[in-house]
Design a protein around this ligand. Structure first.
Ligand code: FES
Length: 158
C-alpha cells in the first residue's frame, strides 16, 4: 500500500532546525500511521540530513516503535513468572496458532497484532491477557478463544 507522505512532510516542518528532537518526531509519525513507514524514514533522512542508520538505530532500540503496520487490536499475553506458571505460555502458543502469526506480527487482514510482555503488575489475576487497553485475568484457552470471537464480531458489526 502506498503511504501518503503529506503528514510526514508537515511533521518534518515542525521539527526542522530543532536539535535533539528525533524521538518526538518519530513518535508523531507513529501516532499518525500506527507505525513508522520506511517511506517516512527516507523522507526524514533526506529532508533533515540524518543518516537512515541513525533513525533505524532509534526505532529498533526503543520497543515503543513499530516498523510494520499494526493490527486494529493488539493482544498482549503476559509471560511474567506468575502468568507463565499459570498457563500464559500455552495461551500465547494457542493464539499464535489460531491467528497464524508469531509474536510481533499482524494478521493478514490487519485485525490483530500479537505481543508478549513481562509482568504487567497484576499477578494475582494470572494468567493475564491485554487487548488494546482492556485487562482480562484468570485467562484460559476457552476465554481467549471467546475474546477473539468477540473482537472479530464487534468489527464485523461496525
Ligand atoms: S506475571 Fe503476569 S501480571 Fe505479573
Amino acid at each position: 500500500m502506498k503511504v501518503n507522505l503529506s503528514d510526514t512532510r508537515k511533521i518534518i516542518q515542525q521539527y526542522r532546525n530543532k536539535k535533539g528532537t528525533l524521538i518526538p518526531l518519530l513518535q508523531e509519525i507513529q501516532a499518525i500511521y500506527g507505525y513508522v513507514p520506511k517511506e517516512s524514514i527516507e523522507l526524514i533522512s533526506k529532508e533533515l540530513l540524518i543518516y537512515p542508520v541513525k533513525i533505524y538505530g532509534i526505532l529498533t532500540f526503543y520497543t515503543q516503535f513499530y516498523l510494520t503496520p499494526r493490527g486494529k487490536h493488539t493482544i498482549i499475553v503476559c509471560q511474567g513468572t506468575a502468568c507463565h506458571v499459570m498457563g500464559g505460555k500455552d495461551i500465547l502458543d494457542y493464539l499464535s496458532n489460531k491467528l497464524g502469526i508469531s509474536e510481533g506480527e499482524t494478521t493478514k487482514e490487519g485485525m490483530f497484532s500479537l505481543e508478549r510482555a513481562a509482568c504487567l503488575g497484576c499477578c494475582g489475576m494470572a494468567p493475564v491477557v491485554v487487548i488494546d487497553n482492556n485487562f482480562y485475568g484468570m485467562c484460559d484457552i476457552q476465554k481467549v478463544d471467546a475474546l477473539v470471537k468477540e473482537y472479530r464480531s464487534k468489527e464485523a458489526n461496525r
